[in-house]
Design a protein around this ligand. Structure first.
Ligand SMILES: [Zn+2]
Length: 128
């Protein structure tokens, strides 16, 4: 399936010959860096508020009602379809590549982790 994705962040060109690899459990990005962190985005490519719920931190999308999400490798900005990560044929197409050197992306990632941090506090009953 060909997917045209225009993420709401600056992007850099992708090499169509590149793809990630997986075995149905582990996913490895083409950049060769460690598996984590893979950031969760909605189908538009915008990072989601991992706390779920009805309110989101600025710039983040609600947690998708459908399970189909995209994942963005924080180390290089390559965007994958989470569905592809569950495939067992070893191929995970790259849908786009975020330019991770831009202030827009930095701000989005900071908000993503702020939501994750806030969610962790709620999960552990440590509201401040
Ligand atoms: Zn990567």
């Amino acid at each position: 399936m060909t997917v045209t994705l225009n993420p709401p962040y600056p992007v850099t060109p992708i090499d169509p010959s590149e793809h990630g690899t997986n075995n149905g459990e582990d996913h490895r990005c083409i950049c060769g860096e460690q598996q984590e962190p893979f950031l969760v985005a909605d189908r538009s490519g915008r990072l989601v508020d991992v706390r779920g719920g009805t309110t989101q931190l600025p710039g983040l999308s609600p947690w998708p009602t459908k399970p189909e999400v995209l994942v963005i490798h924080g180390n290089c900005g390559r965007v994958y379809d989470d569905i592809d990560l569950a495939r067992t044929d070893g191929i995970s197409p790259i849908l786009a590549r975020i330019d991770i050197t831009t202030p827009a992306w930095d701000a989005a990632v900071a908000m993503y982790y702020a939501a994750a941090e806030a969610g962790a506090r709620v999960l552990h009953g440590e509201e401040d």
